[in-house]
Design a protein around this ligand. Structure first.
Ligand SMILES: [Fe+2]
Length: 209
């Protein structure tokens, strides 16, 4: 039987590190995703370790002031490296959770590595996806940036965020972070999470079109 790993377990492990954690529930599945092909997952989707690097969405010889050597090195060494590392780490997590000889702080170390690699993968995908244009801002983004950021910067939208810094729970639970996680899960506004998901899917569709 495959071990199960609940969101509560993940948050508790993050809390053991004393660091903040943000959970983003990904939307969409790659063509290589066995779930998309109808195959039964051997474990949770997050731990399949089958992330596929997205190819550069532009001709790296055509960028202005960014060399092909730079772009290819960045894609291969940093982005693809993060994907490969994540694919190595993630499938090992369920078994580590089930292993009673693994204390939470060791699991936290592995989870931290997973978090770092996931962040690198996602941010590099966003980075490369928003290159290859002419650099001239236009469209609705102009109005939105003016309104929200003074035309400074845009952020990708997290779907479900749990603050694991002590300031989020110590007044009520002291050091008992797992109790806070239980309470947090009882108070999630899933309507808001769904709203974010719909918005993220629409944004992804615009990028892909
Ligand atoms: Fe990078």
């Amino acid at each position: 039987m495959q071990p199960t790993l609940s969101r509560r377990d993940l948050m508790t492990a993050a809390a053991s590190l004393g660091v903040g954690a943000a959970l983003a529930v990904g939307a969409g599945a790659s063509a290589a995703d066995p779930l998309a092909a109808g195959a039964a997952p051997a474990m949770g989707r997050a731990y399949l370790g089958n992330h596929q690097p997205q190819p550069l969405p532009f001709d790296p010889t055509k960028l202005d002031g960014l060399s092909e050597k730079l772009i290819r090195s960045h894609w291969e060494n940093n982005y693809q490296g993060a994907v490969n590392a994540l694919n190595t780490v993630a499938p090992k997590i369920p078994a580590l959770v089930a292993d009673k000889d693994w204390p939470p702080y060791l699991l936290g170390g592995v989870k931290r590595e997973e978090l770092l690699r996931t962040g690198s993968m996602v941010m590099h995908q966003l980075y490369f996806a928003n290159l290859g244009g002419d650099g001239k801002i236009a469209g609705d983004i102009v109005t939105s940036l003016d309104e929200w950021f003074g035309a400074a910067a845009a952020w990708e939208a997290p779907l479900l965020v749990c603050d694991m810094y002590e300031h989020a729970y110590a007044l009520d639970y002291g050091a008992a972070a797992p109790k806070y996680v239980d309470a947090f899960m009882r108070n999630v506004n899933w309507g808001e999470v769904n709203r974010r998901l719909i918005a993220a899917n629409k944004a992804a569709a615009v990028i892909a079109s």
